[in-house]
Design a binder for this molecule. Sequence first.
Ligand code: MRU
Length: 348
Amino acid sequence: MSTLVNVPRSVIWNGNSITLLNQTKLPTEVEYKELTTIESVWDSIVALEVRGAPAIGITAAFGLAQAARRYETADITKFLAQLKRDRDYLASSRPTAVNLFWALDRVVRSVDDSLTVEEAKERLEREALDIQQEDEEVCRTIGENALTLFRDGDKVLTICNAGSIATARYGTALAPFYLAKEQGISLQVFASETRPVLQGARLTAWELQQAGVDVTLITDNMAANTIAAKGISAIIVGADRIVANGDTANKIGTFNLAVLAKYFNIPFYVAAPLSTFDPALETGAEIVIEERKDEEVTHVFGTRVAPEGVAVYNPAFDVTPNELITGIVTEKGILRGNYKEAIAKLFL
Ligand code: MRU
């Protein structure tokens, strides 16, 4: 009854280096590149060659393990000091997605009680591999949980790319569409193009098409009209950071969709693993929102589309207030209602 769908992967550890699907080249070129230095890992994260909260974390974890292999010292104290410096360097690449810090801290913690440098080097690599493997399993479970929210024939709107290439595999918000495809359930996805850097058009449309999922591309300003004209039954998005009260940072434009969902009285779901939660922050106001360079807005693929010297505001993410979220789909089930209580229970 189930057919294997073609779900692409974006980060592959080959024992020495990271093979990365260069997401800036999609969809016109499917280019894989090798990352062999910690600087190239940092650069790839900043340039969005790898992006999406879980994928950034996985790449940074491998990047740190890889860098540590080259430390020449046999002194474990010196080794750990250098590891901390490199952890901080990779952590400085992007501020909003908490998975980056979660993954880096997890690999660093894994060597806390290592007695030798050799043992620590092995543990770092093992931990990074575990993070990747677990993320694949978690995403599949999120997909199974999210699929219970949809019925055959539903039309569902999403933004950005919370898909396979943003995670170890399957994605978060896109996972239910792969599972639906495997199970012969028909869902129609509407992908919002996601200005300024078009993750929806370039990445979501590409990866769903690879898997034969029914996907229709719209521009961001078509969302209200599309909900009305096409009978969109639900919206599902990913997340970069979910704080203690359920406020959720995700790609800029997510908040707009949540407001529209309320207007049209359709459910608005967030899908995310526990590694995307940051229960240390009370409300979304505390989340650091990355602001990116003006050129992402003033230029489209290198061509200027705005006058020189114009002021630009380019936040990469926005925060959707918890009261606009119908449910948060995790690997531990679907949270609803009082998010503060539900999230606190997840981290007991
Ligand atoms: O700037 P990006 O492309 O890294 O932003 C990605 C998103 O906002 C995703 O929705 C989020 O990271 C979830 S990925 C499963």
